[in-house]
Design a binder for this molecule. Structure first.
Ligand code: FAD
Ligand code: FES
Length: 602
């Protein structure tokens, strides 16, 4: 490629309202000579601070897209196409308004085929599996849980052909780094301190740089590694953080993020604006984001605090402790207490490793309160087929010591007199917000922090709380004007971090995002919405015995939450319909309304 680049610091008086970088293309992309004017916008300032334009003369290879007929194109069209001359290489051809682009075809989170996702008229391309959302015009990442963006190629129509110009390596690339509009702190005195190194933290720091925040970013995390995919811990008991770390510390350094692992915050002074670590170090801040997640509960019953081989799961260390105790070769007796998602997932994993697993739960069926009796029973049946035993409607009395080693657990006894032998016990009995370092402000009864719609802590200046510790106003379907929620979902933490980043960098409050959750119970469960104000009925579409269904949780006529198994992408489509208040009513669903046929409004 021949490239001539010249930059002109010209005072282009473009009164553009846009706050994100824009690429304006002049000339046809099908021509070999291409001129691009790039207008760099200062994201934290609505006025343009500096502009430059570059002219690029390129001899980029051209590729024809095959497997599509030009006459099929129309707004919200999406189809996988093959790139002629590059074997089986595929791209996703999409049309949004008049924009026709070709995108990397797989989600940058865990590789779902985006052609099976949802494309809205405004250009939100939503992954069918866990809800990541990309801008279909630019390929930029917009919503959790993915972090990276998609490669994007402009498509031109040349006669009957659809053509892109691009380097082969780019076409083959699965993803690209997000468009960070600032990668180097320029404002010495402007510091955001993030407390915590999990989902909320990674969402905040990435989006701060995407939105062009120019100050310093300091992250203080109790864990000894950079943010990991915590959701994998109960699904696969991963013991090596490198296998599930979202970013390396070096990568974070490249974003000028000062990441402090193994650092415990023990106090925060909201008046003087600093946090203090247990080593006595002080970190001053201009804004602080609290994202400390939750601490698993331990049963306050005889034996549970004293005996060894009783575990919870939250960190790599806890997963490693379980693997060290029971191994992955089977043959151990494991009692899982609590038929929560985490308990069910770890039971599913360990039975797959040929251990004898029994789940002890208080409800009639697992997850009855959240998912209802029918759906909960269907989850139980999946795990039973794999060999997990259930003992439900049970109340635990004590953990008893092992006769061969009294420092370790040997059995669990129940109030009804039944006892189960146990080489190990895993507790999935809920969590409490990790807020013990926050004093001098009132906390909610559950220990969480009350925030407003921008996730700013009520009554405290320049302080935000996100993720598992935040109780925030809920605007989703079924909510009342004063509804608040605290939701323990990965996407909620990461997206609330993105919302805070936007507020800090631009002063704007991000809009409502529909809560999304997933679980792996042998089959993949998807869930969106919230039953914060309860539900009074469940409309089932499909077959619960075959675990192939959609469950609509309704309050009166309003659908407040949707769960599914083996019916992608219905839940993700519903999450977009909920976001835009366009979900059909209960009666419409009962009369056969097909949510996949409803166009998501702009
Ligand atoms: C095993 C497991 C499986 C899960 N599976 C799913 C799933 O499949 N789907 C889903 O949607 N959700 C799932 N979740 C829930 C999801 O992981 C959480 O909702 C999410 O991680 C919350 O993000 P957060 O940033 O609030 O907290 P976290 O991700 O927990 O991060 C909190 C961070 O703060 C640190 N910290 C705590 N106290 C201090 C302190 N005093 N000083 C410094 N650092 C501190 C912690 O060490 C940690 O690094 C799962 C959770 C667990 C534990
Ligand atoms: S694979 Fe797309 S969000 Fe997970």
């Amino acid at each position: 490629m021949d490239r001539i680049v010249f930059a002109v610091r010209s005072p282009l008086k473009l009164k553009l309202a846009a706050k994100r970088p824009a690429i304006v293309q002049v000339g046809g992309a099908s021509t070999v000579l291409q001129t691009l004017i790039r207008i760099r916008l200062q994201a934290s300032n609505p006025l343009i601070r500096h502009c430059f334009h570059t002219a690029t003369v390129s001899k980029m290879p051209q590729y024809k897209l095959t497997g599509v007929d030009k006459s099929d194109l129309k707004p919200t069209f999406k189809q996988e196409v093959t790139v002629e001359g590059l074997g089986d290489t595929k791209l996703l051809l999409v049309q949004v308004g008049q924009n026709i682009t070709a995108l990397s075809p797989r989600c940058t989170h865990y590789g779902a085929p985006l052609v099976k996702g949802t494309l809205t008229p405004s250009g939100r391309l939503k992954c069918p599996w866990h809800g990541a959302c990309f801008n279909a015009v630019t390929g930029d990442i917009e919503d959790a849980p993915a972090l990276d963006s998609l490669n994007r190629f402009l498509v031109t129509i040349d006669g009957d052909d659809l053509v892109i110009e691009a380097e082969e390596s780019k076409i083959r690339e699965f993803s690209r780094a997000p468009t960070y509009t600032c990668k180097q702190a320029a404002l010495e005195d402007d510091v955001v301190v993030i407390v915590g190194g999990g989902s909320g933290a990674i969402g905040s720091l990435e989006a701060l740089r995407e939105y062009g925040y120019e100050g310093k970013i300091v992250v203080l995390s109790k864990e000894s590694y950079p943010p990991i995919d915590r959701t994998k811990l109960s699904k696969a008991l991963i013991t090596d953080p490198n296998k599930i770390a979202w970013r390396t510390i070096e990568f974070l350094k490249g974003l000028d993020v000062d990441f402090h692992p193994s650092t415990v915050v023990k106090g925060i002074d909201f008046e003087k604006r600093f946090v203090e670590t247990d080593q006595g170090r002080i970190f001053n801040y201009k804004k602080v984001i609290l994202a400390t997640g939750a601490t698993p509960k331990i049963l306050p019953l005889k034996g549970f605090k004293e005996l060894g081989n009783i575990f919870t799961i939250r960190t790599i260390d806890t997963a490693k402790a379980i693997v060290d105790a029971v191994g992955l070769e089977g043959g151990k007796k494991i009692v899982v207490i609590g038929s929560s998602f985490i308990g069910m997932e770890v039971a599913n994993f360990l039975v797959g490793k040929k251990h004898e697993v029994i789940v002890v739960g208080m409800e009639d069926v697992p997850m009855e309160r959240v998912m209802g009796k029918l759906v909960g029973a269907s989850f139980q049946s999946i795990l039973e087929k794999k060999g997990v035993k259930f003992y439900m409607k049970a109340s635990v009395e004590a953990a008893e010591p092992s006769s061969s080693n009294p420092s370790l657990v040997g059995s669990v006894t129940l109030k009804d007199g039944v006892s189960f032998e146990a080489d190990a016990v895993i507790l999935g009995v809920g969590v409490a917000p990790a807020t013990e370092y926050i004093r001098h402000i009132p906390l909610e009864r559950d220990g969480s922090v009350r925030v407003d719609e921008s996730f700013q802590i009520n009554g405290v200046k320049d302080a935000y709380a996100i993720g598992d510790i935040a109780t925030y106003p809920y605007e989703g379907p079924g909510s009342l004007p004063d509804s608040v929620v605290r939701i323990e979902h990965w996407n909620v933490a990461q997206n609330s971090g993105r919302s805070v980043a936007k507020h800090i960098a631009t002063g704007e409050t991000a809009g409502f995002f529909t809560p999304i959750f997933w679980s792996a119970l042998g089959l993949q469960l998807r869930y969106c919405g919230s039953t914060v104000s309860g539900y009074d009925d469940v409309v089932i579409d499909g077959n619960l015995e075959e675990n192939k269904f959609v469950a609509y949780y309704t309050q009166g006529e309003t659908v407040v939450a949707v769960a599914s198994m083996q019916r992608d992408p219905i839940v993700m489509q519903c999450s977009e319909l909920m976001r835009t208040h366009a979900m059909p009513s209960k009666t419409e669903l009962q009369n056969g309304s097909d949510v996949m046929k409803i166009q998501v409004p702009n």
